[in-house]
Design a protein around this ligand. Sequence first.
Ligand code: NDP
Length: 362
Amino acid sequence: YEQAKALTFSDYGDPPAVLSLHSHSISPPHGNLMTLRFLASPINPADINQIQGVYPSKPTFTTNLSTPNPIAVAGNEGVAEITALGDRVKSAGYKKGDWVFIKGPGFGTWRTHATATPDQVVRLDDSMREGISAIQAGTVSINPCTAYRMLRDFAALKEGEWFIQNGANSGVGRAAIQLGRKWGYKSINIIRSRDDQAAQDKLKQDLQDLGADVVITDAQLQAQGIKDQAKEWTHNGRDNIRLALNCVNGKAATAMAKLLSSSAHFVTYGAMSKQPLTIPASMLIFKNIHFHGFWVSRWAEKNPEDKQKTVAHVLDMTRKGEFKDTPFDQIAWEWETKGEELIAKVKDTLEGYREGKGVFVF
Ligand code: NDP
């Protein structure tokens, strides 16, 4: 029997109030079961929303982890190593030591070990795994894929054309900057203002180092004269700004839409400000801006092969040094690590202005 620990909840609510560290044991796998040992699992904003009960994909509540009442394991993304496997998993080509991604949301990845069936995971073949760290593998499925598809699937940008995005320092935003640069797109990147000017300057520089052409704050975006400035950046308006990626909403998102060229595409994928998105009718009628939403979970479910190709392509760029990691706050999850320490890190994620994304490293 394998001893395991997991961050679990039995009711939806504020993560620090509802999460607890639960210990249980895992029986040796038989048939089509395998035992996984997790290597790296990030804390994504959607994981928090899921615990709060406000996310559309729900976790799996179960009594399989030896509790009288059903509980769910938090976390949706991660990479694990196979430590033991049943006969049918072996004959399906898996072996001990293989790395697997968790395929879809709802499995629960904030845990040291789990039992899984092959349909719940995707194996990284040797060529995909070469030169890739556990953290890179554990964080490639959601953020980089989201940025990749949004840049590719809405506006068919040509080299030299522009996109604009808010939440530019998020995991998705940083991926978009790098992929855009690689494909020859130019970018205007909006970050939230910082009280600490030195920290703000450093963040701007970091994004420029990743390939951002222009980095401005949300205050600069909403100040007078921004249209003229945008003209300067885009050869007197001759280069089109044909795509916007919206992570934030609220007034700053409306201001971002106003910089778009006619018939551009505006893709909303996040809701960080918790404010609604307000769009003047003229933008739809006269400027013919197309408004879309994107959800990578739905896209991946419909396009499993393209998802694999996208992941493989990002890993390939990572291996070649063409795609840099987002800054991470590595949270060591050892056997002795206390539940309170792990839960405090989850709570940290709720605060903005963070230096890096939290990742549990086992
Ligand atoms: P990260 O944890 O990497 O970054 C969070 C970002 O949100 C930072 O840019 C942060 O800016 C910003 N932020 C935090 N609080 C606020 C606030 N109150 N108002 C405005 N901005 C804020 O995030 P991810 O890249 O993982 O995710 C970003 C968003 O994208 C989330 O809403 C997430 O749910 C969504 N997402 C959607 C996907 C989809 O398929 N639709 C897939 C992946 C992510 P600062 O540093 O200034 O605090």
